[in-house]
Write a protein that binds this ligand. Sequence first.
Ligand code: SME
Length: 156
Amino acid sequence: MTPDSKAAVYRSVRMQLASLLEEVHDPTSAMASVAAVLFEALSNASWVGFYRVVEPGLLRVGPYQGPLGCLEIPFGSGVCGTAAQLRQSQVVPDVHAFPGHIACDAQAQSEIVIPIYDLDGDLKAVLDIDSHQPASFDNQDLEPLEEIASLLRPHL
Ligand code: SME
């Protein structure tokens, strides 16, 4: 995707989700709606979904689209666990070069993971988007995805 078409896709996803989420008053339904809309919109995504913080230091899989994901990921482990531990988005152009990457899907080549907070600033989940193509995500995905993730804050 060219940078312009990426930006247009994210603009339309954000508008669609902003209006859709006004009607949603349940965290699982909100995450499921975001995963479904992003998976349909991002042609290079092989997996889109959420890992939720279920106890201190532990992520468990939430609503997602794509092949079977890992069930649990400890903080600090793989890309999702690193994003949760550091409370920092991770853009990974080559998952094989990422120390400790968890290969749930042997075909995964690149990914982006965005931490998600509630309105108190507590980390509630991460949004994980994986791709079978290398370098599918870069800084042009980061800001729009962080904005999309922030739409979930009142719902978590
Ligand atoms: N790629 C993730 C693991 C989760 S899945 O592949 C769905 C990671 O390394 O955190």
